[in-house]
Ligand binder design. Sequence first.
Ligand code: GAL
Ligand code: ZN
Length: 669
Amino acid sequence: MREAGVNLVSVGIFSWSRLEPVPGRYDFEWLDRVLDLLHGGGIAADLATGTASPPPWLVHQHPELLPMLADGVRLHHGARQHYCPSSPAYRDAAARLAEAMATHYHDHPALVMWHVGNEYGCHVPACYCDVSAADFRSWLQRRYQSIEELNRAWGTDFWSQRYSDWAEVIPPRRTPTWPNPTQSLDFQRFSSDALLECYEAERRELAEHAPGVPITTNFMSFFKPLDYWKWSQREDVVSNDAYPDPDDPESGLIAAMNGDLMRSLARGRPWVLMEQTPNRVNWRPVNAAKPPGLMRLWSLQQVARGADGILFFQWRQSRAGAEKWHSAMVPHGAPEHSRAWQEVKALGADLGKLDAVCGGGVDAQVAILLDWESWWALELPSKPSGELRQLDQVRAYYRHLFDANVAADFAHPTSDLTPYKVVLAPNLYLVGEAAAGNLDQYVKAGGTLVMSFFSGIVDPDDHVRLGGYPAPFKELLGLRVEDFLPLAPGRQIAVEFADGSQGGGDLWSELVTPHGAEEIATFGSGELAARPAVTRQHYGEGTAYYLATRLDPPSMSRVLSEVLARAEVAPTWSGPAGVEAVRRDSPQGRFLFLLNHGEEEVEAPVPAGGLELLSGERLASSSITLAARGVAIVLEPGSGPSAEAVEAARVPAEHAGEGSLAEAGERDA
Ligand code: GAL
Ligand code: ZN
């Protein structure tokens, strides 16, 4: 580990059956030895509570803790994560283990962070068993107080679903056709909360018995089942697992989005990449290997987007078990013959040169709105189109920002939007009063909003907002949507810009009647010919744009370029296509990350006189050669303490562990 510059290890994640081999008897001896060894080697521990996979004895004692699918099928032990989130037997046993861990390890010098559970919601995001049903009813009683209020919210007069007593209420189990949509939406809210309760039960024990140690649980990027806005508030450090597919040409973009989301969820707190793979995973139909340089590129990309730590799943590739074909830092064979090991070692050395970057943020003038509740509601069945997907919509916007090197945060629609010049709303199907008011205020006060079709359609009960679509945004956008005309897969609709140039859209179109908004583009064919496709309205001090279709990427770029230029949002950097540029500002200075996603060497402009951290070279000219998948990290001249100071502070790779451990050991970092 020292050879690879490792200074933090996440340990014990699935070790429950070792830590508590029989009910109530804990065995910490082996883990003591591991932690002592780590500490002796100058390596810190992110110690897991080990609760993500209940041991067989617990299932044997409490078979009712096994989770159940919507159609009544029980999932058994023999894999992992086989627990019902609402199970008191599971929650109690997990909390007892967390308590025992905290009591035993609270003053171990290697301990710098707690890793609670693992990837909550992975494999089993929701449970439909009777225990969960009872918990769901309690959750609903807290939300609605009376059964009458539940009947109102769920619209139960439709299809004779009116409940006369709480006892009749169940999760949306498998039904002949669509279950009640508000019931489904509430069940998604409840399921995210039920898992959060599991996390909280352990967190309480850790906070009580090991006060002062930061606590995390690892997220899964854009994971639909958990409302990470809510979850991230309960973490001291946000951590993420990301496994972009090396075979997918969009992976660089997707990984950038993941990083931006984590930075946004962290809201100023540190975040780390908890898991990525050194090379292949084992869970895709075909598991592509990472070509040379890709692991480094994607690692440094996460640092660029705000990560202060880069970890891997996993250290040593196992010879047994379900993940023996998942790559590891230490492979099955001799490490010295493994390219992955060589690259892991080199990455350790690279990361050792980047301490000055830590703690730095990314200054974004653009926010993309993302609300899990709206995402859940949007993707419930029985809509004008079943093809509308929240993340596709987010990506349609993000693609331009990524290509143009414009930094963006993600934001909840009720959050403070005043720091942003431009706010993008890829789809905000469900919107509450607070969010609607917030957006209205934001534009009135001078902000620029871009909103896509099928936004402002329902309230938090998933009831349609009457009075003409999109009811809460009609004034703001200066238009009314008279009807939706979704497009079948593969169908395109022509779009014509005011200057006569042509574009296109797909997925969706709408019959829009402007009431004040000007037309930037109109539909070019069919029933909607000459009707608005893209509009702009000046509202208060600000501007609101509306997109009535999913524009093709060139048309989207055209619209967003205009929006960003008018709002005076400048790109971070301009250079050859395929090079991603992100600027991180830390107390030590401004760091320009240039990441070449291309497979060709390129010449990239850089601020002359800057210090390139990875090579340690002072840049004499105003351009740098980036190899295929090459990365440069430039401390901009005059942007912080002298470059010499940063250079002097660089931790030589072979001592990376010691240097960071000294700080980490103080635990108040
Ligand atoms: C994650 C999980 C790890 C490992 C990894 C494989 O979901 O946290 O334990 O299974 O995936 O890619
Ligand atoms: Zn259950």
